[in-house]
Design a protein around this ligand. Structure first.
Ligand code: ATP
Ligand code: MG
Length: 203
């Protein structure tokens, strides 16, 4: 047997083993329900990933709600796109910018409350298949929103509804109730090499 043949055989055997493992796991997963996903960490890719799921859901004609905490001062590609598809997606933006821009705690809390008042009914409405709460973690971290209230709304959402929360941190209570928690780790970021945030990539 040639070296190549040996390699191919070994690869095939390894893949057969892997397939058996994956198939068994697929067989085991029997629960049919919406999932709660937290995308956190310091690297780039949290909101982009959430909007990737928005696109997936829209592909199936699912009803989607997007609530953006913090964002909404600077225009973004996702905002332009979602406003063009307002028949399929409900979009609400807090629109106050980062807390270090507003520097006004009372106004920030009021804005967070106003925004939560849009998010909470979505988390009670079973007609939404997917709800994205972009940058929600900061509202908890700054104590602009009560953590228990947020956690309870996420937990008590309709069984079939999936929810995606993005933002750094998030706290252990939030992590505990989410089904999937992914941390995007920064290894490098173009910004640190002096490259400007790019239209269509960063916003
Ligand atoms: P994105 O929206 O690109 O997926 P994100 O949601 O993971 O990013 P945010 O903290 O919400 O991260 O940041 C939004 C903006 O800040 C984007 O323009 C993004 O490219 C930039 N950004 C994200 N991570 C970093 C980082 N580690 N250093 C510098 N800029 C970053
Ligand atoms: Mg983000």
């Amino acid at each position: 047997m040639s070296n190549d043949e040996k390699k191919n055989r070994k690869h095939k055997a390894a893949m057969e083993k892997q397939k058996a493992k994956v198939d068994a796991r697929i067989e085991e997963a029997s629960a049919e329900r919406g999932v709660a996903i937290l995308l956190t960490g310091n690297g780039k890719g949290k909101s982009s990933s959430a909007f990737g799921m928005v696109m997936r859901a829209l592909g199936y004609g699912h009803k989607v709600g997007v609530v953006q905490f913090i964002k909404g001062v600077q225009l973004s590609g996702e905002e332009i796109f979602l406003r063009d598809h307002s028949d399929q997606v409900e979009l609400y933006q807090m629109g106050t910018g980062f807390t270090w821009n507003t520097q006004d705690r009372t106004a920030d809390i009021a804005a967070a409350e106003r925004t939560w008042a849009v998010a909470e009914p979505m988390l009670r409405d079973p007609s939404y298949n997917l709800v994205v709460l972009d940058e929600l973690t900061y509202m908890i971290a700054y104590k602009y929103l009560d953590e228990d209230r947020v956690v309870s709304a996420l937990r008590n959402r309709p069984l079939e509804q999936s929810v995606v929360v993005t933002g750094r941190g998030g706290g252990s209570k939030l992590q505990e109730i989410m089904d999937t928690v992914s941390e995007v780790k920064e290894i490098k970021h173009a910004f640190k090499a002096g490259i400007k945030a790019r239209q269509g990539v960063d916003f």
